[in-house]
Design a protein around this ligand. Structure first.
Ligand code: PMP
Length: 350
């Protein structure tokens, strides 16, 4: 007799980026700037009503997001971070132990975790030589048992974005009977005009779900709000499998205020995007391999040197995110912090 399902013994842990007092944290792809004062005011005001449950249906924020994204409210599901929506997608699509979820690897570490929690089978497809999604190989991996595909653009942790043409071809190859989740957590940092914008594909593809978050560009990682855009039947299902009241009163208020101040929040991104180019070029000049990146991070495919490299950065009071045996992901932020990282990187000896 076991009390707990035995397969949880092999469930990989979600490893958060470390916060080390006195060190610069470049480990979780956050924007280092605090929430805007107007957003903090809205949170404080909302918190005063915290003796009551939040709005279960998240009506005000859903309507705000529908306007913001130019879709109907029935096309919006709000979740406790987009990671929760990833889990809800598995719950809403997979039931049999033979059901499969296809995703690229390496990609966002939550995909294998939510797949296994959902009792489904992960079918992973290696990234190509440039650390990009190989969408033709992913389409070929979709079979009769596939219920869900995650496509991550820009890809966490490697950085490249999927192009609009690639995504259209992929959706055509997969057909309408499999839910395709396009995870655009870093959408606001994308500058390549050829990159996909999932919103523009929704009308033609009722099996497409676009995931976005307030955790990155909108500086609300600690408040836990993400959203999904899709066709009403899929969105209704996502709402059904949601854990009730999971988006708190302050979180709902924070997200509404962030949308109201989106112009100011988005205006803070171009300097980070310029720094992304500078940091990557400095690393290339120092001899590192660094894939092109459309996100607020860079990837260093260091293999076995990933952990020693991260330790060396830590010794220089810069916290980066190692993926042992594979690579290191480093958030791009302000110039001073990035310089501290570049000093660590250029003084590393493998
Ligand atoms: N998707 C990707 C690709 C991510 O990198 C992250 C955060 N690391 C998430 C989803 C989840 O973000 P959140 O739950 O904070 O919205």
């Amino acid at each position: 007799m076991t009390l707990i399902r035995p397969d949880l013994d092999t469930l990989p842990a979600y490893v958060p980026g470390k916060s080390v007092p006195g060190s610069i944290k470049l480990a979780s792809n956050e924007v280092a700037l605090p929430p805007l004062p107007a957003v903090l005011d809205a949170i404080a005001e909302a918190a005063a009503g915290g003796n009551r449950y939040p709005d279960l249906a998240v009506v005000a924020l859903t309507e705000k997001l529908a306007q913001f994204c130019d879709v109907a409210p029935e096309q919006v599901a709000v979740g406790c971070g987009s990671v929760s929506l990833c889990q809800q997608l598995v719950s809403a699509t997979c039931r049999e132990t033979t059901d499969e979820v296809v995703f690229a690897w390496r990609s966002f570490e939550a995909y294998p975790i939510v797949t296994q929690i959902g009792g489904a089978v992960a079918r992973t497809v290696p990234l190509d030589a440039e650390f990009r999604h190989d969408l033709d190989a992913m389409a070929a991996a979709v079979g009769p048992n596939t219920r869900l595909v995650f496509v991550c653009s820009p890809n966490n942790p490697t950085g490249p974005a999927v192009t609009d043409a690639e995504m259209r071809r992929f959706l055509a190859a997969v057909g309408p009977d499999v839910v395709v989740a396009l995870d655009e957590a870093y959408f606001e940092f994308v500058t390549d005009p050829a990159a996909v914008n999932g919103r523009t594909l929704l009308d033609e593809h009722p099996n497409l779900v676009v995931l976005r978050t307030f955790s990155k560009a909108y500086r609300l990682a600690g408040f836990r709000v993400g959203y999904a855009l899709g066709a009403p039947p899929v969105i209704t299902a996502l709402r059904k499998v949601c854990s009730p009241f999971s988006v708190s009163i302050p979180a709902q208020a924070a997200a509404i205020a962030a949308i109201e101040h989106s112009a100011e929040l988005l205006a803070a991104l171009p300097p980070i995007i310029e720094e992304r180019t500078r940091v990557r070029e400095a690393l290339l000049a120092a001899g590192y391999t660094v894939p092109v990146t459309q996100a607020n991070f860079v990837w260093l495919p260091l293999g076995d040197a990933a952990v020693p490299f991260a330790q060396h950065c830590m010794d220089q009071k810069v916290v980066v995110r190692p993926f042992p045996g594979d690579g290191v992901r480093v958030t791009v932020t302000g110039q001073e912090e990035n310089d501290a990282f570049l000093a660590a990187a250029t003084s590393f000896q493998a």
